[in-house]
Design a protein around this ligand. Sequence first.
Ligand code: PLP
Length: 400
Amino acid sequence: MVSKRMHTSLENSICIRDIFEEGKKMAAVYGKENIFNFSIGNPSVAPPAIVNEAMKEVMDSEEPLTLHGYPANVGHPDVRTKVAEYLNQKYHTNYTMDNIIMTSGAASAIAILCNTFLDMDDEVITFAPYFWEYKSYVESFYGRLIPALCDQTTLQPDPKTFEEAFSPKTKFVLINTPNNPTGAVYTEDSIRMVAQILTRKEKEYGHPIYLISDEPYRNLAYNGIQVPYLTHYYKNTIVVYSYSKTLSIPGERIGYIAMESCVEGFEEIIATATASIRYLGYVNAPSLQQKMLLKCVDASVDISIYEKTRDVLYEGLTKMGYECIHPDGAFYLFVKALEEDDSRFCAEAKKEKIIMAPGSAFYGPGWVRISYCVPYELAQASLSAFHHLKERYDKGEIDR
Ligand code: PLP
């Protein structure tokens, strides 16, 4: 009945949403405050007040037929200009409205770019662990996702696995920093290494290999850490951005693709991406959300709340003897499972009412992801449950 491709894909996937729903059912039984549901990346910090104010203002001030009608597939010109100017001022780039395509979040932007670039069996390299939907996006367009495993002590890109992942069929590299699921911010050294290898591979294969930078967490970096802006390191970079996390509005579906005019094949890529918006049925990014950005392109949620929650979990867990890298961004903590089988470890954690996603779902076996976009108090209260879990392993009550 359904396609064989989708049937196989669904059979082989670990669905984080299912894990989240199970946690919700447990909350209904045991009480919300007693379930430590760290499974899903749904923002927990309120959107800045300016988001609602801007939407109301837009509804009151814009001419209704313009506001609610079809904009150009690539988006409203005034909005694209506003985004371009903001980026130029912040990152010293050279964007104009012609370099910006408004999209329904980062997810649709990646799908549009997959449709733009991929032919049957073309390859896309990504650094693993990676956001689980990448595989679905690439395979939906008949491509193959090739993981390049990060260094397991730093969770930074590893030059050896990266280099080995290339083939003549490599069309683009999909990079995500700050990273979901690890919370790592890739350092400037890592980015330079990635750019150097890409430049060498472009020469070797004699065709452009694009770097697609998926950046929904760019603004969620802590302790003043700077997230390198990748166009400064590699010419053929295409940036994908989303306001889902920066403004805590994932349900509103708004983001963009930004591409400098010096990117090889610029005109053809823009034309093909524009057609892809139509062919894939997005038609355009939501008009009201686009216009809202005219007033809050530089707004952000209060990230100090996430930072505080990260600190209590990171310090609490490492003090107990859990191993994790210090996460500098996003709202994820990647923790070594206390046994090899991360799914079994998650099942044991569930007995303590801790719900986490197994690393295997992200091509990171042996780890688990804690999504700490939860209330601070809940994170703090979870520490005794984590302590009890570790104690059961240490005492041999659970086989490793
Ligand atoms: N890329 C990464 C790494 C994500 O974590 C997410 C969502 O969690 C997305 C893309 C999709 O985000 P959006 O809501 O902008 O489609």
